[in-house]
Design a protein around this ligand. Structure first.
Ligand SMILES: Nc1ncnc2c1ncn2[C@@H]1O[C@H](COP(=O)(O)OP(=O)(O)OP(=O)(O)O)[C@@H](O)[C@H]1O
Length: 228
């Protein structure tokens, strides 16, 4: 599903964020991306959703080469992926329902598709009773659940999550992780950058560790590591 070959990324200010990364992720995997701040985790996720382009190397997602992809094809790539961020990124003046529906509206879904898919996604994350509330009326955990509903409403093959529990307390973080596990068990591939070492240690999934822009460990059933 995701193949990176010898990928490097140097930003315009000459900071080299990634240096010769080769990584393959298969359909259905759950992969944690760990490593100290500045190691290159966010940069890696940005290359996979083509928010950034590599300076060198190849990035292939769903069989398509992203560096070669034309800008106008990017929306089609993004339809097959859902993104979840640390800061939720909900639209403040839209309700829970409208936030999730918006992900479908921008890809031209019909009203009947929206009426069917949005309540389904909200049920999956346990937000079906709060569909008329706005983000400021919700707890952090509820906001992130809404963001997860928005990420899954289009049935994506892949979810990219960048520190999704970074703003949540431990109990809420665990509830969210259970939700990600449920989504993964239905076949969705998940790549999650995180500093939540206790969650990584407990879940025993594949762990890819970055340090200074290189992969220093790639381990099935791994733990977070020693830098915490
Ligand atoms: N848009 C940018 N322009 C210039 N440098 C950047 C940019 N984005 C990231 N960097 C630099 O690239 C390096 C890797 O950053 P990145 O955000 O990928 O790390 P990270 O592992 O996600 O860190 P954190 O855990 O703190 O989120 C850092 O040195 C960072 O300052």
């Amino acid at each position: 599903m995701i193949q990176l070959y010898n990928v490097s990324k140097t930003y315009q200010n000459k900071v080299q964020a990634l240096n010769g990364i080769t990584l393959h992720i298969n359909k259905g995997e759950f992969v944690f991306l760990v490593g100290p701040s500045g190691a290159g985790k966010s940069t890696l996720t940005k290359l996979i959703c083509r928010e950034e382009l590599p300076t060198h190397g190849q990035v292939i997602v769903n069989g398509r080469s992203l560096p070669r992809m034309k800008n106008r094809q990017v929306p089609y790539l993004r339809r097959k992926m859902g993104m979840v961020y640390q800061d939720f990124r909900l639209i403040p003046n839209k309700t829970v329902f409208e936030n999730v529906a918006f992900a479908l509206e921008i890809i031209g879904a019909s009203r009947s598709e929206i009426r069917q898919a949005v309540p389904e996604a909200l049920r999956m994350v346990g937000m079906e009773k709060k569909l008329n509330m706005r983000p400021y009326q919700l707890s952090g955990g509820e906001q992130q659940r809404t963001a997860v509903a928005r990420a899954i409403v289009n049935n994506p093959a892949l979810i990219l999550a960048d520190e999704p529990t970074g703003n949540l307390d431990p109990d809420t973080s665990w509830e969210l992780m259970k939700l990600f596990m449920d989504i993964n068990s239905l076949g969705t591939t998940i790549l999650m950058a995180t500093h939540a070492w206790d969650i990584v240690d407990e879940m025993k999934k594949r762990v890819v560790q970055l340090e200074n822009g290189v992969i220093v460990r790639d381990e099935e059933g791994g733990v977070y590591g020693h830098d915490h």
